[in-house]
Ligand binder design. Structure first.
Ligand SMILES: N[C@@H](CCC(=O)N[C@@H](CS)C(=O)NCC(=O)O)C(=O)O
Length: 318
């Protein structure tokens, strides 16, 4: 019987489970439990998760709740899951579990309390509470700093110095993405100083593409709704504000302008890394320069390298 995933995509742990299943080709049926409609409180759902929260899964006769437990179960139960998500090595697993346990009482406490008191409270019939939001912001900021200085230190793209993501990356990044529902200037203030976090979000997004964006679409729409700005901008409600903050992003218009090329691709994004000459190209360039006798041949080489760089960047746009 097909795996059933019960959840609401507005919930960050639900998105982590859905993205995990999709990224690993796990065949599953998504069953929406709409929190806003209180569907998580029904007797039918309480049979599946007596804690009355999402997500939960049913695999045959086996029921399970708590997203971290679900991710660990799926990683072990489905043979097609790539090793890096939850490697078999005991010490590696223990370290991933350590991050996951820390998450619940730190990063998650900060984000959920902040979002509830700064945005969501009225949806559930409570007043906004700026003081509680300010306290939560301190927990969040301290958590982000700890992630950067402890688990993202070094050259690895992902937590614990890994070159590929684990279930801890997915869970924590989905948590931080929930900040999308806040006003843009608030997200800027919270995440702007954390460049490593921004790059890590982007790396996790790319590693789980296109499922990451697809699962998060709902958040951008919710942002528009909560901030009552549906009609104020072309992209409002369809794009990630966090993604736009990446320091390594520039528009192709800026790039092509800089190279003196046409700007018919303007508006698309491109990474600095893809536009920089790679090391071998640099060496080749200077080697040829030193042997070039005329200014004309030098210009030809420069133009050729610009074109190579431009073509490479186009290929990376996808
Ligand atoms: N520790 C749980 C947290 C689950 C949770 O807090 N779910 C929220 C949505 S993100 C929920 O169902 N809230 C409804 C409620 O508590 O009434 C997990 O990781 O699965």
């Amino acid at each position: 019987m097909k795996l059933k995933v019960y959840g609401d995509r507005m919930s960050q742990p639900t998105r982590a489970v859905i993205i995990f299943c999709k990224a690993n080709g796990i065949d599953f049926q998504e069953i929406k439990i709409d929190i806003a409609k209180r569907q998580h409180l029904t007797p039918e759902y309480t049979e599946i998760n007596p804690m009355k929260q999402v997500p939960a899964i049913v695999d045959g006769r086996f029921k399970l709740f708590e997203s971290h437990a679900i991710l660990r179960y799926l990683a072990c139960a489905f043979p097609g899951v790539a090793h890096h998500w939850y490697p078999a090595d005991l010490f590696t697993r223990a370290r991933i579990n350590s991050v996951l346990d820390w998450h619940h009482s730190n990063l998650r406490r900060g984000t959920t309390t902040l979002i509830f008191n700064a945005v969501l409270a009225p949806v559930f019939g409570h007043p906004l509470n700026p003081q509680a939001a300010a306290e939560a912001e301190k927990i969040l900021t301290s958590s982000l700093s700890k992630i950067e200085s402890i688990w993202l230190k070094g050259n690895g793209k992902f937590l614990l110095g890994n070159s590929q993501p684990s279930i801890a990356d997915l869970s924590l990044v989905c948590e931080i993405m929930q900040l999308e529902v806040l006003e843009e200037k608030q997200v800027d203030r919270l995440l702007g100083p954390h460049k490593k976090i921004l790059q890590w979000i982007e790396d996790t997004r790319k590693a789980t593409s296109p499922h990451f964006d697809e699962a998060h679409k709902i958040l951008f729409k919710a942002k528009a709704r909560y901030n009552k700005k549906q009609s104020s901008g072309d992209n409002y409600g369809t794009e990630s504000g966090i993604r736009a903050m990446l320091p390594s992003k520039m528009s192709l218009e800026q790039l092509t302008h800089g190279l003196g090329c046409c700007n018919k691709f303007s508006g698309k994004e491109i990474t600095w890394a893809s536009t920089a000459y790679s090391k071998p190209l640099f060496i080749l360039f200077f080697f040829l320069c030193s042997f070039s006798l005329s200014r004309h041949s030098l210009w030809c080489w420069h133009t050729a390298l610009c074109n190579v760089s431009f073509i490479r960047s186009q290929l990376e746009l996808a």
